[in-house]
Design a protein around this ligand. Structure first.
Ligand code: 5GP
Length: 238
């Protein structure tokens, strides 16, 4: 597999073309941003952890019947993925109140929901990724009804799987963000990453935050939290 030109540089990853038009290489950076890029920093070793964690979780999800863009881990920071056309939505699943949910409705963090919620944000930096409802997704032509049915079903299956997995690691999966893409034949697959950047992960016993909220909220111990959550995953696999 030959790495070709850089196609795109995002906040946390770079994407490169390969000699196969159906495959791309994703390279994970240590750069960290929050609040739509208004807060900037770096988390030493984050790129390695996010790459390896996302790949391990996506491989498990594939085995559980969830199609993903994952093809092969190439190095500590680089992964070969299927080229997709990203559906411009953040698909957010919540099991417990936190973050923007707690703020929007004026409730405490930590309320366990009777059943998971699924919501969408329109991926648009200029608009600050606004919350969007299904009728508006269809009105804007962002995805079809069939695609949204597939995305919601996959998001719920990802949640059921990840919740169980993290629970076995002594971790509560509070909420997370997924992105989906279309393969050339239109099949919807899970894309982007699953990592402490995109999930809220709390120690089940102490409630300690083991995710990017430590960076967003200046809680300190950011690198240690990323290392600890990776250690839990590796211990589970061992
Ligand atoms: P909230 O809407 O409460 O801010 O975020 C809900 C969940 O989605 C959290 O786990 C958060 O990490 C994730 N999330 C929401 N928006 C983004 C985003 O723009 N980037 C990343 N990395 N995660 C996000």
């Amino acid at each position: 597999m030959e790495k070709r030109e850089q196609l795109y540089e995002g906040k946390a990853k770079k994407v490169y073309a390969t000699d196969d038009p159906a495959l791309l290489i994703v390279s994970y950076k240590d750069d960290a941003t929050a609040f739509n890029g208004k807060k900037k920093g770096s988390i030493a070793g984050k790129g390695v952890i996010n790459n390896q964690m996302s790949n391990r979780l996506m491989q498990r999800l594939e085995r559980a019947g969830v199609p993903t863009h994952f093809v092969e881990e190439l190095s500590e920071r680089e992964t070969l993925v299927k080229k997709v056309q990203i559906v411009p939505l953040e698909v957010i699943v919540r099991n417990v109140s936190a973050g923007s949910f707690a703020k929007r409705y004026g409730v405490a963090e930590g309320i366990v929901f009777p059943s998971p919620t699924v919501e969408f944000s329109y991926k648009n930096d200029a608009l600050d990724d606004p919350l969007i409802c299904l009728p508006h997704i269809f009105a804007l032509g962002l995805a079809t009804k069939e695609e949204m049915a597939a995305i919601i079903d996959l998001a719920r299956r990802v949640n059921a799987f990840l919740r169980g997995f993290w629970s076995e690691c002594g971790v509560t999966l509070v909420d997370f963000k997924l992105e989906f893409g279309r393969l050339a034949d239109g099949t919807i697959v899970l894309a982007d990453e699953i990592s402490p950047d995109t999930c809220r992960l709390w120690d089940s016993a102490t409630g300690e935050k083991l995710d990017k909220d430590r960076f967003r909220r200046d809680l300190g111990g950011v690198e240690e939290a990323y290392a600890e959550i990776m250690r839990r995953l590796l211990d589970h696999d061992a």
